[in-house]
Ligand binder design. Structure first.
Ligand SMILES: C[S@@+](CC[C@H](N)C(=O)[O-])C[C@H]1O[C@@H](n2cnc3c(N)ncnc32)[C@H](O)[C@@H]1O
Length: 254
């Protein structure tokens, strides 16, 4: 039987396990003969954490690949909106388990895709996982994966014909200013190259206003930029709509 692809889950398993362990510890402590006020605090904390944990499980359930295909719709939205002729080199910034890179490779049979990621401890993604998925999906000869940070890409200026990224820039931890990693991605994009970048760009705390962001894109050489809110285009379960209301796809030409 063919081996299935493993695109992991956006909700890290470690986070779920840690939350469960913490709830158990809090409950155990609350059974000790402590002051009543302390026990009440522990109970309240346990209940709050239990609700947070249930929400995480719900997210985990919805982001399990093959579960109603929500994940595929999100990746495919990036691929569909990329205004590109499909010839040349593409960079997927923060490739995770390689899902978006592989979908671009399948959509554009004459392209060569490079996926980079820092593959830290938070997610269970890895270079090996990307390579294995690419092999299973039949695109291993046109994909290449490399461990590096989005903050400083090991590529020349204007090396790529297209860049894509999905929910990565807000995660870049080695810089407070998340727009620096976007600027770095545009540095390696050719003049006239295409881009489709999806993230929670509406979060002002992380990216500033959309207007400022667009004006920065222009300063970094972008000629044409469009954007769409993904909840207007993809049907999200009601419970996730608020969470994704700040998610925007920017696409256009440098
Ligand atoms: C929510 S996951 C998205 C993964 C993938 N783009 C997808 O759509 O499935 C965020 C990804 O950003 C990566 N990441 C976080 N900080 C990074 C950095 N400084 N450089 C490169 N990748 C980073 C993480 O390792 C993780 O794979």
């Amino acid at each position: 039987m063919d081996e299935p692809v493993d695109y992991g889950n956006w909700v890290p398993k470690n986070l779920l396990y840690s939350a469960i362990v913490l709830i158990i510890i809090l409950i155990i402590f609350s059974l000790f003969p402590l002051l009543l006020i302390l026990r009440i605090i522990l109970w309240v904390l346990s209940v709050v954490l239990l609700f947070a944990c249930c929400y995480l499980f719900l997210l985990y359930y919805h982001f399990t690949v093959n579960n109603k295909e929500l994940q595929y719709k999100i990746w495919d939205f990036v691929v569909q909106k990329l205004p590109w002729n499909g010839k040349g080199k593409v960079l997927d910034v923060g490739t995770g388990a390689g899902a978006l890179a592989i979908r671009v490779a399948k959509h554009y049979p004459h392209s060569k895709i490079y996926g980079i990621d820092s593959w830290g401890k938070m997610w269970n993604y890895s270079k090996r996982m990307c390579e294995k998925n690419a092999e299973i999906e039949g695109v291993s000869s046109r994909t290449s994966f490399q461990k590096t940070s989005a903050r400083k890409l090991p590529f020349n200026d204007e090396e790529f014909d297209a860049i894509v990224s999905n929910f990565v820039f807000h995660e870049v931890r080695n810089t407070k200013d998340k727009t620096k990693a976007i600027k770095e991605a545009f540095r390696v994009l050719k003049k006239g190259g295409s881009f489709a970048l999806q993230d929670i760009f509406k979060k002002k705390r992380k990216f500033g206003t959309i207007e400022t962001l667009i004006s920065n894109f222009k300063k970094w050489g972008v000629e044409e930029v469009n954007y769409e809110y993904i909840i207007d285009e993809i049907e999200f379960p009601k419970i996730l709509r608020a969470e994704f209301s700040s998610a925007i796809l920017f696409y256009g030409i440098k």
